[in-house]
Structure formats: C-alpha cells, structure tokens
Design a protein around this ligand. Structure first.
Ligand SMILES: Cc1ncc(COP(=O)(O)O)c(C=O)c1O
Length: 381
C-alpha cells in the first residue's frame, strides 16, 4: 500500500497540478555539528502547493482517486486538468466533500475541491484558530468551529455528511471507513519519495533515524511504511513524537497490550495539528510494531524547535516551522542537548554517525502563534 511504485503513481498525479514542485530539503550542517550528529535534514513543507503544510497531498490525492473511480478510470488516466474539465464535471455531477480538521487537512481538502469545482464543508474542533478558519474559507469552503474536541467533531461531521449525502474525506479511519483514509496516507508518500530522492542527490543514501510527529498517525504511518518498503531490513530507526496532551500512541505503547488506547479531554496543546486522541487503526498496526521509541512532549519542546529552525546557526538555512512542524526538531534538541535525554539518546543510538531526517510538516499556519513563540518567547497554549 505504501511502496515506491505507489509513491511514483501518487507523485505523477500530484505533478499534474500547476502548483506542484518538490519542497526543499534543508541540510543543517551547523546544527548537526552542534547536536553532535552527522546530518540533520529537514524537509520543509511550508512550500507545499502554496498552502504552508503537507496535508494537501492527502486530500488532493483522495479526491483525485474518488473522481477517477467515479469515472471508471484509474488515477493514471486522469490529471488535474482533465478532472476540472466541463465534461468530467457533467459526468460526476455536484459533489460535496466534508471533513473535520485542526486546520491543515481542511485547507488542503477545500483547495482540492475548489480545483475541481466541487463544494467542501469543513468542521473544526473547539479552540481552533480563526486564522486557520479564514484560510479554509478562502478556498470557497463552508467552515465552522464547533464546541467539540477533535475526535467528537469527526463523529459529528461524519453523521452530518451521511444524512446529507456528502462524501467524507477524513484523514483518519475507523471500523468500516478505511478506503479514503488509506488513499490519504498514500497521498502523503509523494513527500517521502521526494525526500528519498533529495537525500540520494546529496549522497545520504539512507537516513539512520527518522523522527515523525503524530496526530492520528496517518502521516507517520505513511512515512514509516514507505521507508520500510524501500529499505527493508536496513530501514532507519523511527521515533514517534506526540504532544503530552494528546499522546495516544505513547499511551498505547506504554499499555503494551497490542491495542490502541485513546486519550480524552480537551487535548489542549500548542501543537494543534497533533491534538488527536484516537489513533487511526490502520496506522496503529504500523506504528505499534516499528518505531523504536515513542516520545511525549510538552509544548515548550515544540516552541524550542520553532526557534531553532526559525533562527538557525549562521550558515544554515532558515526553516519557518509551525508548532506541529517543529515538534521533532524540538525533541531532537532535547534528546541531544539535555542531561535528561542522555539515557534515551544512547538507547536510540543517536551519535556522531547518525543521519537524522525530520519533516517540518507546516510553516507558520497560525502567524500570530508563530510570532508569539519565536519573537516573544511563548512556551505553551
Ligand atoms: C502540521 C501537521 N503535522 C503533522 C500532523 C499529523 O498528521 P496525522 O494526524 O496524520 O498524524 C498534522 C495533522 O493534522 C499536521 O497538521
């Protein structure tokens, strides 16, 4: 499901969008030296489709596949242009795509629906940033902030969509709803394939460690699945990073009974994109077995990551990284620099030979929060 062949097919589809261009891979040599590592590579998803986050890769691919299947075609037989043509529009009729989002997925879905002249209705959990809401609306979607936490909002959106005959494009799965979430995971593999090619171009043929942030775990599951299928037994060590307030994979790993465990409540964290309390069951099956370590981070860790990337050591490239995007660099800083991180660092095998890949999954998607953190030293929600 996440093989290189699949990734090539997905990337071919994404390449048909005018906005498509591979996002940069920043090679932070001075930060690597500072941390005592061989390489620190950061894929900068703030450049993705002009939308400031990687998420659009999933929504656009799922919508593309949905439309292609409705036409009785394979994704390889359609393109962005063909799907927006009047003939296709007439053949598939009016479609409304619906979803819940902390911001990035909903913006990506709204954008994709707009590309193909369809409607999108997006719900956000309570406490969502109004700027993120406005960004979603700017792509012609209807969008509202609810009084529910993320997981309850997903259920409400699904029920509403079912009653209205809308097509739910949700970036998490549950019993009986797996096809679209799996397509979304496949959509993310464009990013992994680009990273692989970019690393090979600079002779880093295989990262030794890949740090992955998780909300519902689709992103981390997709990256891990891709790298496992490419590298097999030589696969890198994976480290999963979550906010403490929504650490469902960490809690599940601690429970050690092979089952996914949810965490409940407001899931209040600065890392809005990672504020999900229920693991996606498909990702859980991947993320249960392969990461070597599960990290549960307080908000200040992500805040430090944002500052480290935003104000780099002279000579290193700047990466504008938002709260969820910078969580992994924040964790890398903690484990390499703090006394408390010493034992874990050794167990995970992070040392002067390590080539570490992180993905800054978003830019400053909440500009005010970004400035509060990077300019004015904010450390928590
Ligand atoms: C910026 C960002 N990074 C990472 C993630 C995590 O993705 P997932 O929910 O698939 O684990 C999200 C999810 O919305 C996100 O917005």
């Amino acid at each position: 499901m996440l093989s290189r062949d699949v990734a090539e097919k997905v990337r071919n589809f994404h390449s048909t969008f005018e906005a498509y261009t591979p996002t940069p891979l920043a090679r932070l040599n001075n930060l690597a030296t500072h941390f005592g590592l061989r390489e620190v590579l950061v894929k900068d998803e703030s450049y993705r489709f002009g939308l400031n986050a990687f998420k659009v890769l999933g929504g656009s691919y799922a919508v593309g596949e949905y439309l292609a299947r409705k036409l009785g075609k394979s994704i390889t037989e359609v393109s962005c242009d063909s799907l927006k043509s009047q003939e296709v529009r007439a053949a598939v009729g009016d479609i409304t795509f619906a979803s819940t989002t902390d911001g990035n997925h909903g913006r990506g879905l709204a954008w994709a629906a707009q590309q193909f002249n369809h409607k999108a209705i997006i719900y956000m959990p309570k406490g969502s940033d109004p700027v993120r809401l406005e960004n979603i609306k700017s792509h012609g979607a209807q969008c509202t902030i609810s009084e529910l936490n993320y997981d309850d909002c997903v259920r409400m959106a699904w029920d509403t969509a079912q009653k209205n005959d809308w097509v739910t494009v949700q970036d998490t799965a549950w019993d009986g709803y797996t096809e679209i979430p799996n397509l979304i995971m496949q959509g993310y593999t464009t990013l992994a394939l680009e990273a692989l090619e970019q690393m090979q171009a600079i002779d880093v043929n295989r990262p030794t460690h890949v740090l992955l942030q998780a909300g519902v775990g689709c992103f981390a599951g997709a990256m891990l699945g891709f790298f496992m299928s490419v590298f097999g037994k030589d696969a890198p060590t994976f480290i999963l990073v979550e906010p403490e307030a929504a650490n469902c994979f960490y809690a599940s790993a601690c429970a050690n009974d092979g089952k996914p465990h949810a965490v409940y409540g407001d899931l209040a964290t600065l890392m809005a994109g990672l504020a999900c309390g229920e693991p996606n069951p498909t990702s859980w099956e991947i993320l249960r077995d392969y990461p070597l370590a599960y990290a549960s981070c307080t908000d200040d860790i992500a805040a430090k990551g944002m500052r480290i990337l935003g104000a780099p050591i002279k000579g290193d490239q700047q990466v504008v990284s938002g709260e969820s995007g910078a969580a992994t660099i924040g964790f890398l800083n903690w484990i390499m620099q703090e006394e408390e991180g010493c034992e874990a660092r050794e167990k995970i095998g992070l040392n002067e030979n390590s080539k570490v890949l992180c993905i800054s999954t978003e830019g400053d998607t909440s500009p005010q929060t970004y400035r509060d953190v990077v300019w004015f030293g904010r450390e928590k929600l």
